[in-house]
Design a protein around this ligand. Structure first.
Ligand code: SER
Length: 392
């Protein structure tokens, strides 16, 4: 199943069960919401509705939402983590409860996506000092015959320190060769693909939990992880959605697998972020973008490889099309996005010149102490990894 068929199967299933398609939003949170820099989850734009405000499209929704997580940045390059990824979501806004959500989810995975029943394992919330165990979810999975692991805080979901939250039930797929072994918490070959959150509470500033007037359900499935399973690939980077990148990047830059994935992830994420209106800067969203682009620039430059003028416009275009960021929508053409990237490269090269000048005043091969490294970074914007290469 390719990406388009996978998305359609999800949306059609939920449409058949009365869910309206909620439009995809940009990576920027809604106006006036400064709780996060970027949309980190499919539910983010729905927060007011999960807290009880009526939604104009009704009480059952589905959606496909691009998300960005910087918390996973160090894991990018492994088989399952991406900076920008897409989440398939379904929501019950005060309508049905966890039993129905899990049963539908199970049916979609088996009948819609054809996953073998024995390839699934789930986890549920076992309770803590503030709330009891999620008995309904546990019973539902037991009735469906799916192996369940009962866990603690890992199965509690919130989108931040305050706001809607509740116990969740996570669905894992076995990605190892041969028969499944162990459980999600003991064997990393169980990969989480879908999370069903029972939004039952709102957490207030003082840390207390108040029950929501109408409990809701928020589910989110990582599209690229699902594709990895359906297309029997070893990593998210090998799914069809990355195909043009995988075909092109190795011909531009000879890198090992992990570096290659980091380059693909960061450049693709950078293009989407620019498409959503962000420009490199030293603060906030712009800083996240700058970090992504400079990480790639540092990686290429430190290996003496050609820089970003090599990246073909086709890859910009493919990425913008995929994320619904055509020039008609954003007012930005691939050439204009490329201009932003190359301008950032120009600033990076200026920084290198500055660094060379500063370091040329020091004895060659000098080992720089912590204080000097911090000074070079804080006063001259020279990151440690650049200084190390320049002063070697
Ligand atoms: N909000 C939950 C998550 O991001 C489910 O959508 O995992």
């Amino acid at each position: 199943m390719n990406t388009r068929e996978t998305i359609n199967t999800f949306i059609d299933f939920y449409r058949e069960h009365g869910h309206e398609l909620s439009p995809s939003r940009s990576l920027l949170p809604p106006e006036g919401d400064d709780s996060v820099l970027f949309t980190t989850s499919g539910m983010h734009h729905l927060t007011p509705y999960l807290l009880g405000r009526p939604h104009p499209l009704g009480r059952r929704l589905s959606g496909v939402q691009r998300c960005l997580r910087t918390t996973d940045l160090e894991e990018v390059g492994d088989p399952t983590h991406l900076t920008v990824f897409e989440m398939l979501g379904s929501w019950s806004l005060g309508d049905y409860g966890s039993g129905r959500s899990l049963r539908w989810g199970h049916r979609l995975l088996l009948d819609g996506f054809g996953l073998p029943p024995e390839s699934l394992h789930v986890t549920v919330f076992g309770g803590d000092e503030q709330t009891g165990p999620d008995v309904e979810s546990l019973q539902t999975w037991q009735e469906l015959g799916v192996p369940v692991e009962v866990l603690g805080p890992d199965n509690w979901w919130s989108n931040g320190p305050t706001g809607p939250c509740g116990p969740d039930s996570e669905i894992f797929v076995w990605t190892g060769d041969g028969e499944p072994e162990g459980t999600p918490s003991t064997d990393t070959r169980w990969v989480e693909i879908w999370n069903h959150v029972m939004m039952r509470y709102e957490r207030l500033e003082d840390g207390s939990l108040v029950p929501l007037p109408q409990p809701s359900i928020d589910t989110g499935m990582g599209l690229e992880r699902l594709l990895t399973v359906l297309q029997r690939k070893d990593s998210v980077y090998e799914c069809d959605v990355f195909e043009p990148w995988q075909r092109t990047v190795p011909t531009l830059w000879p890198l090992d697998t992990r570096d290659h994935r980091v380059v693909v992830d960061h450049l693709r994420s950078g293009i989407v972020v620019i498409g959503d209106g962000v420009r490199p800067s030293n603060t906030g969203r712009g800083y996240v973008l700058r970090r992504l682009l400079r990480r790639v620039l540092t990686l290429l430059w430190s290996r003496d490889l050609p820089l970003l003028e090599e990246l073909p416009l086709d890859l910009y275009g493919h990425t913008l099309d995929h994320f619904g960021q055509s020039p008609v929508v954003t007012g930005l053409t691939p050439v204009e996005i490329q201009r932003v990237v190359l301008e950032e490269q120009r600033r990076f090269l200026q920084m290198l010149d500055r660094g060379r000048r500063l370091l040329s005043r020091r004895p060659r091969g000098e080992v720089l102490d912590e204080g000097t490294l911090r000074f070079l970074h804080e006063t001259h914007g020279l990151p440690r990894e650049i200084v190390e290469v320049l002063s070697a």
